[in-house]
Ligand binder design. Structure first.
Ligand code: ADP
Ligand code: MG
Length: 138
């Protein structure tokens, strides 16, 4: 499923629809260049799932955890690889049964990902426009 989104208002509507489909244990892999909108999309989806806190980029912390309708783990693994992720105990977090994971730069830890992920691929079209592609592995 591919959709072109030309404003943050449209993105918020799309995030609301996406949020309705999230179930306990889901793992969402966000792919796209720097500035594509991985963090922005995660922030909007979480806001529709009861997270009141401001969701900011986890780049420096690598992992931030929020409580809403589910426990949410928001990863940004831009600066680490699978071995470093294991050292930090992230493999155990990723194996949790009920929490929902959002992972930016998941390609860096691909060997640790659960087998069924929802892939969100974001392409920059122009300053305010993005193409979102949602692919569910089965
Ligand atoms: N249609 C859009 N979808 C997503 N982000 C958009 C869109 N239009 C503009 N932006 C802007 O692009 C930037 C995306 O940044 P961010 O979410 O931090 O990207 P990433 O996490 O992928 O590096 C934000 O400043 C956001 O406001
Ligand atoms: Mg980001």
């Amino acid at each position: 499923m591919k959709v072109t989104i030309n404003s943050l208002e449209r993105l918020d509507e799309f995030a609301q629809e996406f949020a309705k489909k999230i179930r306990a244990g889901d793992c969402i892999c966000l792919k796209g260049d720097l500035g594509a909108g991985k963090t922005t999309f995660t922030r909007l989806v979480l806001s529709h799932l009861g997270v009141k806190e401001n969701v900011s980029s986890p780049t420096f912390a690598i992992l931030k955890t929020y409580q809403g309708k589910f426990v949410f783990h928001h990863f940004d693994t831009y600066r680490i690889d699978a071995d470093e992720a294991i050292e930090a105990g992230f493999d155990e977090v990723l194996a949790e049964k009920d929490s929902v994971k959002f992972i930016e730069w998941s390609e860096n830890i691909s060997s640790l990902l659960p087998s069924h992920c929802i892939n969100v691929n974001i392409k920059i079209i122009d300053e305010n426009t993005r193409e979102f592609e949602i692919l569910c592995e089965d």
